[in-house]
Design a protein around this ligand. Structure first.
Ligand SMILES: [Zn+2]
Length: 630
């Protein structure tokens, strides 16, 4: 009887194509994000995955929106601790259990607990007169908290409610507070170092007095006054230069550049470019200038009995020479040692400003050799110099037209050179003949990027689209260099930029697809966006994004400034494109469709072509023409 029923069922299945197809293609519920057991800080997350086409999927009895391809995304709120979710496709008795932990914020300190923790500064500091040291601690509310620093006693104040919230974060340009803190337990205070202060690896001592008792604790960090300056040399090319310890970048330096060190915060050395002009470089990228035996900086500079007669790096600028080369034109400033510099790019007026620190100005000459190359490719109009502040020598390269095609700064011996890339070969017919483009499929190898609703990694989708971009660009006559051509390759970010630079590419286009952090909604936030870092890339970023947006018909998320490695190289306009969202079911369905990919690839190529053929002298509004160009 049982066998007979099975046979009936079998034949019924064969005779009823709908039922037969249903079972042979049955797709069990697959949650690709988040994994069960994940720990998440945000107050919500989204479950992303795939289920049977047409399935009525629920999550804890709530209906989950599933698109026509069977992909879903579902936002779930999270309470602190363990959160359980049951995804069920009741028609197919298919279900999946998921447990997600939401990390609880630090427990507020009760008035009945004696506590003193999170003492800051938590990094060793080297300070000089005039510096402000910020102290903070979490401690028992309604207490008196003081810091003893050498002979000075400093009272810390409990901060006001909602004032200077300590845990503010930012994602996609939106700032948010990670979690609420009990402000009355946060104490802060600042001390200004004077010329009379002498601290030698001094541990600040934090003291607490409350109605239930007292407590004192030494900070693990030390504070030292820098009794003499040090001269160091950059050891890497490029050396990363930042505007604060571990903070935003500014123009990187090449190796061998001499800098004066007048302070530190942990491993970040504070370099004095000129009076009131400081930057920060990690210790690992510097060597002591005066020591030949050792290549690294001593662990505590202040402990060294250093002689005080340092030789500050300095040179005299007597002439500026403009020379043609294979990159375009270069502005050379002969110096007698490698001094630090910064570059700022402006589009209105169209110029590059090179600031060199430690230069004594005595410039009587600006010379340029008669041009031998193609005049129409040159975009340098003229060069001027001035001393903008004490010890800051400023060269401005005024450029023709309204675009810039790239620049690079380097030392040839001790001659500082600013290369200005020539105009690429722009054909009026729209052919990309003679144009070299570096196409970068984002991620690769073990670095998969975001994960799409089916579990397909972004690296794969990026490669598929980027390969099609290559074909389209080549069919228009361009030369294309790929940063990777297979799924198992993962060149580092700096290698990818180097591939574009070494190959003298005219443009770098990095292809990516997007995702969101926890706490956001993939059904609401999605679309096409592009990213630039140097102003020279804004216009191309606009053209590429607009063209892809038109072809793909996703939402327009705009053209944005972002500090991205693939956009940071200054040698050519570089744009990172986020075509769509891997975690938005509808966009993902399209992103994996080969026909859609071809349409997008064609749009990328067309966007570049339209950008190139648009008049270089037309005026278009740019978002920002004064962004500093590291
Ligand atoms: Zn990516």
């Amino acid at each position: 009887m049982f066998i007979f029923n099975l046979i009936i069922l079998f034949f019924y299945g064969l005779l009823n194509p709908a039922l037969a197809q249903d079972y042979s293609n049955f797709c069990p519920i697959k949650v690709v994000y988040p994994r069960t057991g994940s720990v998440i800080e945000a107050s919500s997350t989204f479950l992303v995955g795939q289920t049977d086409i047409g399935a009525k999927l629920t999550c804890n009895n709530e209906i989950v929106r599933v698109n026509k391809a069977g992909f879903f995304a579902h936002v779930v709120p999270l309470h602190y601790g363990s959160n359980h979710f049951l995804l069920a496709n009741s028609e197919k008795s298919d279900n999946v259990d998921l447990t997600i932990l939401r990390k609880a914020p630090p427990k507020p300190i009760g008035a009945d607990e004696l506590k003193l923790e999170d003492l800051k500064p938590n990094q060793n500091l080297g300070v000089t007169a005039g510096d402000i040291i910020n102290f903070s601690a979490r401690a028992t509310p309604h207490s008196t908290v003081t810091v003893q620093l050498g002979p000075h006693s400093l009272r810390l104040m409990a901060i006001q409610k909602n004032h200077q919230a300590p845990n503010v974060d930012v994602a996609y340009g939106k700032t948010f507070r990670r979690f609420d803190t009990n402000d009355s337990e946060c104490y802060k205070g600042s001390y200004r170092v004077t010329a009379d202060d002498h601290f030698f690896s001094t541990h600040p001592q934090f003291k607490l007095i409350s109605s239930i008792g007292g407590l004192s604790e030494n900070s693990k960090a030390t504070i030292s006054t820098v009794e003499s300056l040090f001269v160091a040399r950059t050891a890497k090319n490029p050396t990363v230069v930042r505007l604060g310890p571990g903070l935003a970048r500014t123009t990187p330096l090449v190796d061998g550049v001499k800098v004066i060190i007048d302070g530190w915060s942990g491993d970040n050395m504070r370099c004095l470019y000129a009076t009131n002009h400081h930057v920060w470089i990690n210790k690992s990228e510097l060597v002591m200038e005066s020591l030949t035996q050792t290549t690294t900086l001593p662990s505590d500079l202040n402990m060294r009995k250093h002689n005080t007669d340092i030789i500050a790096p300095q040179a005299v600028a007597q002439t500026i020479n403009i020379i043609e080369d294979s990159y375009g034109e270069k502005i050379c400033l002969p110096l007698t040692e490698r001094l630090p510099y910064q570059i700022e790019q402006k589009l209105n007026p169209n110029c590059l400003i090179l600031k060199v620190y430690g230069v004594a100005p005595d410039t009587d000459w600006i010379t340029s050799e008669p041009k031998t190359g193609n005049e129409s490719k040159s975009n340098l109009d003229h060069v001027s110099w001035r001393q903008s502040e004490d010890n800051i020598y400023e060269i401005t390269a005024y450029l023709t037209g309204r675009r810039q095609w790239g620049y690079n700064a380097y030392y040839d011996g001790t001659n500082l050179c600013l290369g200005i890339k020539e105009r690429p070969n722009i054909s009026s017919t729209g052919s990309l003949n003679g144009i070299k483009i570096c196409v970068d499929p984002g991620h690769g190898g073990n670095e998969k990027g975001s994960i799409g609703c089916s579990g397909l990694p972004e690296s794969q989708v990026n490669l598929e689209i980027a390969s099609k971009v290559k074909t389209c660009l080549e069919s228009m006559g361009a030369t294309v260099i790929m940063t990777r051509i297979s799924q198992n390759e993962n060149p580092s970010l700096s290698e990818r930029v180097r591939i574009a630079t070494d190959n003298k590419a005219d443009f770098l286009i990095s292809i990516h697809n997007n995702a969101l952090p926890d706490g956001r909604d993939p059904w609401k936030e999605h679309g096409t966006s592009s990213y630039w870092y140097h102003p020279q890339s804004i216009e191309l970023a606009n053209y590429l994004k607009n063209s892809v947006k038109m072809a793909g018909n996703f939402l327009d998320l705009g053209t944005r400034y972002q500090n991205l490695a693939l956009a940071r190289g200054p040698a050519m306009p570089s744009v990172l494109l986020e075509i769509g969202f891997m975690i938005n079911p509808d966009e993902f369905t399209q992103l994996i469709d080969p026909q859609f990919q071809s349409k997008i690839a064609q749009a990328v190529a067309e966007g570049l072509k339209t950008y190139l053929t648009a008049s270089e002298h037309a005026t278009t509004k740019t978002d920002d023409s004064t962004q500093q160009s590291p």
